[in-house]
Design a protein around this ligand. Structure first.
Ligand code: NAD
Length: 477
């Protein structure tokens, strides 16, 4: 793996001359060495992206040609899916199945989806009076700083880079410090695809330096950020200095609501995917499971049996369902929340402990008898810990479901279509699944209400914040 930065189309040593080790969370051993970038590297990367935008061919080339290059990136990702999946699993602990069969293929799809959009971004003519021709243009925003977290390192980079490129922007990508490997490999594919120099730049290093420098730099026109609500708020404060455009995809504490008339087997499977996919390190995780009183016991019996059967272990083993959490810090955070749940009086049904002494493995954990006031129901744990909360009516489910500062996702399980739609309308969340959980598509917008952020990624909505609308008024005399 490269221990340099990708700036202006070439691989460059970081200004600090320093590198740092990436840790494999399954073994706690170093698995790669990457460059420790800092403000000086951001300065060079932004200058390169600025030049590529202001003077280079990228925003000026025909949209068909730009679309072909974005498509080519999608194809290269597909060609290298196994290699990228291994890199992703190596530093995140996610199973090879999840990276190789779901996430890298989805990222490739996102590039192909937005490749198609490149030639379909346009303004409108808006006739306002006889003596004028008035129309709008949709132009790229400029230089985009893309800052991504460690839970879906490449997928969430793709959600930003693909629409940014399709619309004619240039990008400085800052991967999470723990998980930069796929972004670095992607930079090589950018070279292979033949994108002009400076259109994509990758700077690795600590968020508080590299990320913050991007946010503060007046030459960066827009920041697309996915990460914690706390850092999102900090970015918003910092971005005020230059009034740069922002899209923020932040945390969640999503309600997964099961009514008594639901298909229970399907709902149990949905509850499992909702919280245990990617070890619960999912912004949209269904971390609060609301069960209607009459089915509570039957549901819990089925759920508990299945949770006990989940295999925790080596992410490269095909039979593993739950790999290690991403870092020692995350391990401590998750175990801390499990302790807090017990202290606050929730009933630990299964799990609750670290597995083994090497690698950051945590048992899939279920708490019952949780109230919406407990910390495990209010704060984002970002680990395999489920809080089960009882409810008694549609109104109660909606009120409790919405009783959170977050609003990223929600799900409702019922056979009653009218009830499903009423509840879906009433939940204040950016995505509501009905009789499903954790389904995404490149064509469907994703993002949050409330403190889960603003702006949408994916779909046509995802393009909007990579363009500026310009009004042109031509006086016809
Ligand atoms: P984080 O906020 O700590 O870091 C996210 C990114 O920001 C990283 O690249 C980090 O290096 C960088 N960063 C850190 N401090 C910074 C600063 N002061 N200025 C600029 N950049 C900075 O988040 P994380 O722990 O990597 O990721 C987990 C979080 O991401 C969770 O809260 C999760 O809910 C959220 N998330 C949200 C979505 C979504 O779509 N809404 C998706 C995935 C993850």
């Amino acid at each position: 793996m490269r221990s340099e930065l990708f700036i202006g189309g070439t691989w460059q040593a970081p200004a600090s001359g320093e590198t740092y080790a990436i840790v494999n969370p399954a073994t706690e051993e170093p698995c790669a060495t990457v460059a420790r970038g800092d403000e000086r590297d951001v300065d060079r990367a932004v200058a390169a992206a600025r030049r590529a935008f202001d003077e280079g061919p990228w925003p000026r080339m025909s949209p068909h040609e730009r679309g072909r290059l974005v498509w080519r990136l999608g194809e290269l990702l597909t060609e290298h899916v196994d290699e990228l999946a291994r890199l992703e699993s190596l530093c995140t602990g996610k199973t090879l199945f999840d990276s190789g069969k779901i996430e890298i293929p989805f990222a490739a799809e996102v590039f192909r989806y937005y490749a198609g959009w490149a030639s379909k971004i346009h303004g409108e003519t808006v006739p306002v009076r006889e003596g004028a021709l008035t129309f709008t243009l949709r132009q790229p925003v400029g230089v985009v700083g893309a800052i991504v977290p460690w839970n879906f390192p490449f997928l969430l980079a793709a959600w930003k880079v693909a629409p940014a490129l399709a619309a004619g922007n240039t990008v400085v990508l800052k991967p999470a410090s723990q998980t930069p490997l796929t972004a670095l490999r992607f930079a090589e594919l950018v070279q292979e695809a033949g994108l002009p120099e400076g259109v994509v730049n990758v700077v690795t290093g600590p968020g508080a330096r590299v990320g913050l420098a991007l946010v503060r730099d007046p030459r960066v026109d827009k920041i697309a950020f996915t990460g914690s609500t706390e850092v999102g708020k900090q970015i918003m404060r910092e971005a005020a200095g230059t009034l740069k455009r922002l899209s923020l995809e932040l945390g969640g504490k999503s309600p997964n609501i099961v009514f008594a008339d639901a298909d229970l087997d399907a709902a149990v499977r949905g509850a499992m995917t909702g919280i245990f996919y990617n070890k619960g390190e999912v912004c949209a995780a269904g971390s609060r499971l609301f069960l209607e009183a009459p089915i509570h016991d039957a549901f819990m019996a089925r759920l508990t049996e299945r949770v006990k059967g989940l295999k925790v272990g080596d992410p490269f083993d095909r039979t593993t369902r739950i790999g290690p959490v991403v870092s020692r810090q995350q391990l401590e955070t998750v175990l801390g929340y499990i302790e807090a749940g017990q202290r606050e009086g929730a009933r630990l049904v299964t799990g609750g402990r670290r597995v083994g002494t090497r690698g950051y493995f945590v048992e899939p954990t279920v708490f019952d008898g949780v109230t919406n006031r407990m910390r495990i129901a209010r704060e984002e744990i970002f680990g395999p810990v489920l809080a089960v909360i009882p409810f008694t009516s549609v109104e109660d489910a909606v009120a409790q479901g919405n009783d959170t500062p977050y609003g990223l996702a929600a799900a409702v399980w019922t056979r009653d279509v009218a009830k499903a739609i009423r509840v879906a309308r009433a939940l204040r969340a950016g995505t509501v699944w009905v009789n499903a959980y954790n389904l995404y598509d490149a064509a469907l917008p994703f993002g949050g209400f409330k403190e889960s952020g603003f702006g949408r990624e994916l779909g046509a909505a995802g393009l909007e914040h990579y363009t500026e609308v310009k009004t042109v008024w031509v006086d016809l005399g």
